[in-house]
Design a protein around this ligand. Structure first.
Ligand code: AHG
Ligand code: MN
Ligand code: MN
Length: 345
């Protein structure tokens, strides 16, 4: 069967995981059901996002401030509630953690519990919601610890390398799911006429080097000297292209990362001195950096905090932040070398 015909015949996420169950330790029946719950949540969010321009009640702020000190958008809140509601009732989870909530979210006593814990960023790139610009959802799944009590904090304070699955939904010109269970990265596109995510990008590989750098350069006055030297490198004639990279920055990490994964390149959110409370940068280790790092590595790319591998960091707090350099393997190696004071090879 040709690839084109195969796509038209359609492979759903459930079928794809069932095919993998023999080879991927993470792909158990429970796990397949968990992903299916997540995709239903994403379909509901996608439906709301697609109507956002028409329905004024979806846009704007709730008036609340979240645990990160950020203003909560109505769609942030809706996405958070959809995932919490579905995940708590799935019977597959022992506990949850969301970017929008301060502590561990427990599964109520009257509901069954399962073998996994999930960390998620319900809406990533929320500053773009009201402007009809791409946004996303990020998730990261760990097996629960073999402790008597379910849902303790130490279930979440883990190394990124312990993740059994990670993925993101991108609500862009089409809605996509990109995920890994440790056997490569696979992309599915929501076909609205069928109502299913269908396999569209099997075994995604990020180019070894790219030509795009993505960073909020307005922060440069708050960066230290090695960070400025790193970004200057990508703007110089010393790159592998012999000329500067192209700059692309959406301000939704999911969308910036996805574009770089397709085309090759590097996304950076370095530490800055703008806000002493965010001395480690802005991005959250557990719900943003670690899942994206797992995906990047599975696609042949890399992710560091400017010193070492993101997946080798053990979280000390639920909402810990980390600097992030992620994308094409050699671009990330170059950035990490310069951050350490060495010229790239
Ligand atoms: P969130 O919307 O979940 O709070 O995350 C926003 C993050 C990330 O998506 C994006 O790349 C970055 O913040 C943008 O930050 P700046 O506006 O500081 O560039
Ligand atoms: Mn985010
Ligand atoms: Mn968010």
């Amino acid at each position: 069967m040709t690839d084109a015909l195969q796509y038209r015949m359609g492979t759903t996420i459930t079928e794809h995981l069932l095919q993998c169950e023999g080879e991927c330790p993470a792909a158990t029946g429970q796990f397949t059901q968990l992903l299916s719950e997540l995709t239903t949540g994403a379909k509901l969010i996608s439906r709301e996002i697609n109507k956002a321009g028409l329905l004024a009640y979806i846009l704007g702020l709730t008036g609340d401030t979240n645990v990160q000190g950020e203003q909560v958008k109505k769609l942030d809140d809706f996405a958070d509630q959809v995932f919490i509601w579905r995940m708590q009732r799935s019977g597959l989870l022992c506990a949850l953690s969301s970017e929008e909530n301060e502590g561990v979210i427990q599964v109520p006593d009257n509901l069954p519990r399962g073998n996994y814990v999930i960390v998620f960023d319900p809406l990533d790139g929320s500053s773009n919601i009201d402007a009809n610009v791409s946004i996303g959802t990020i998730f990261s799944i760990y097996r629960r610890l073999e402790t008597e009590v379910c849902g303790t904090l130490d279930n979440f304070l883990r190394y990124g390398s312990e993740q059994v699955a990670a993925g993101y939904f991108l609500y862009g010109s089409s809605t996509m799911l990109v995920y890994t269970v440790g056997n490569g990265v696979h992309g599915f596109t929501l076909d609205p006429s069928v109502g299913e995510f269908l396999l569209s990008h099997p075994y995604i590989k990020i180019p070894e080097r790219g030509g795009i750098y993505s960073v909020n350069e307005a922060n440069s006055m708050y960066w230290d000297e090695p960070t400025n030297a790193t970004i200057e490198y990508f703007k110089s004639g010393r790159t592998h292209l012999g000329k500067p990279y192209t700059s692309r920055y959406i301000g939704s990490m999911v969308a910036d990362f996805h574009r770089n994964m397709m085309y090759g390149g590097i996304y950076m959110y370095p530490a800055d001195r703008k806000d002493p409370a965010k001395a480690n940068g802005k991005l959250r280790l557990l719900c943003e950096a670690a899942p994206m790092a797992f995906i990047a590595e599975q696609a042949g790319g890399a992710a560091t905090d400017g010193k070492g591998r993101i997946l080798d960091i053990k979280a000390k707090a639920l909402h810990e932040r980390t600097p992030l350099f992620i994308g094409s393997r050699k671009d990330v190696e170059d950035a990490t070398s310069i951050m350490q004071g060495h010229e790239p090879e």
